[in-house]
Design a protein around this ligand. Structure first.
Ligand SMILES: Cc1cc2nc3c(=O)[nH]c(=O)nc-3n(C[C@H](O)[C@H](O)[C@H](O)COP(=O)(O)OP(=O)(O)OC[C@H]3O[C@@H](n4cnc5c(N)ncnc54)[C@H](O)[C@@H]3O)c2cc1C
Length: 325
């Protein structure tokens, strides 16, 4: 008897959506290959290393788990040491907040276990051929053919890659993803208690979020470090400003929010997230572009949260598994 080889699946994007998709496929006995343009894992669930090994969670600040699938994943991640609960200093109530440990990017670690992941592979083109979907990558100049492709990149980037599919482009044009400028600051001392407002008390400022890194579990306390996020409106208005200028403006804004003068800064850097937070989602868990052989997913399908990316990736994998029986 001749057995049919399992279809090859290429997953583009090693954020939580792509990894959740690939992990689900692998659990069902498939061998997906994940490609990402960057070297690390996690996409916007990111941890940046500054000078002297200082770490900053400059992307997603925490995850919340509301549905059963992501709640089960988070329980496993906590049990395995990849995540822990985070009690915010302001004692804010609401959903339990989780962070990756020792950095936010560790939150995706359990999903990546055992997967074949190729970093520094930027997908530049998807083309239908007789043999399947041909994918071209910028860094290697090489192409590969896959039977199925799960495109798990932010909506505007998916749209650029799907220009040959007008219906997909039209659906994606209704999705709105706001940018976010993040600023990472190290100080030569810990700010005095009460010197900085809690995020919930910030009003009339370009800054929408302030997080002391040391308030998260398993982070070193010194030197004192802060992550600021600008509001979506301010980030949009200042999107093309040079990073140094943005860092200076948001530091000024921080100083005007603080009661008394802040300790001196020893490190300040800004990072632009061009596609950060979904404002208007697609409204369904993924986009099926070609009869279940070319699919697109990510947080932008369902909302602005880590869990939305996870749920989209799992749904996308289930669609593939349903097809191949
Ligand atoms: C500043 C900020 C703060 C946030 N705060 C929170 C928060 O507190 N709580 C919360 O729940 N969520 C938060 N979020 C949202 C959360 O980070 C996202 O919902 C989630 O991480 C999205 O996952 P994803 O896999 O869909 O996309 P991504 O994480 O963006 O993953 C997409 C991946 O695709 C890769 N890629 C893109 N183009 C290509 C290409 N052409 N070829 C190959 N690879 C490519 C990228 O490198 C990336 O790794 C925040 C996001 C930002 C930016």
């Amino acid at each position: 008897m001749v057995s049919t080889p399992a279809p090859t699946v290429a997953v583009i994007g090693a954020g939580i959506a792509g990894l959740a998709c690939a992990s689900r496929l692998a659990a069902a006995g498939m061998t997906p290959v994940v490609f990402d343009k960057s070297r690390g894992l996690g996409g916007r669930i990111a941890t940046r290393r500054g000078p002297d090994g200082l770490t900053f969670d400059h992307g997603a600040q925490f995850a919340t788990a509301r549905g059963p699938a992501f709640s089960a994943y988070m329980r496993g991640a906590v049990a395995g040491g990849a995540a822990a609960g985070w009690d915010l200093p302001d004692g804010a109530s609401g959903d339990r907040r989780y962070v990756g440990t020792p950095g936010m990017s560790s939150l995706v670690r359990p999903l990546a276990e055992g997967l074949e992941i190729r970093g520094q592979h930027t997908l530049t083109k998807i083309e239908r051929t007789q043999d399947g979907w041909q994918l071209a990558f910028a860094e290697t100049g090489q192409t590969m053919v896959a039977d199925r492709v799960a495109l798990c990149v932010p909506a505007p980037q998916a749209s650029a890659l799907l220009s040959a599919f007008p219906q997909a482009v039209s659906a994606l044009s209704r999705v709105d993803v706001a940018p976010c400028w993040a600023v990472m600051i190290a100080l030569d001392d810990v700010p005095a208690p009460g010197a900085l407002p809690d995020t919930g008390q910030i009003a009339d400022s370009p800054i929408a979020w302030i997080a002391p890194e040391a308030s998260k579990p398993y982070r070193v306390a010194e030197p004192a470090r802060l992550v600021l996020h600008a509001s979506p409106e301010w980030s949009r208005d200042n999107l093309e400003r040079p990073a140094e200028e943005v860092a200076r403006l948001l530091l000024d804004a921080l100083n005007s929010l603080s009661k008394g003068s802040l300790p001196a800064t020893t490190h300040v850097a800004a990072h632009r997230w061009r596609y950060a937070k979904t404002q208007v989602p697609l409204g369904r868990p993924f986009l099926d572009i070609a009869d279940g052989t070319l699919l697109a997913g990510g947080d932008w399908c369902l909302g602005a949260r880590v869990e939305c990316g996870f749920d989209s990736g799992v749904s996308l994998a289930d669609r593939i598994l349903h097809d191949i029986g």
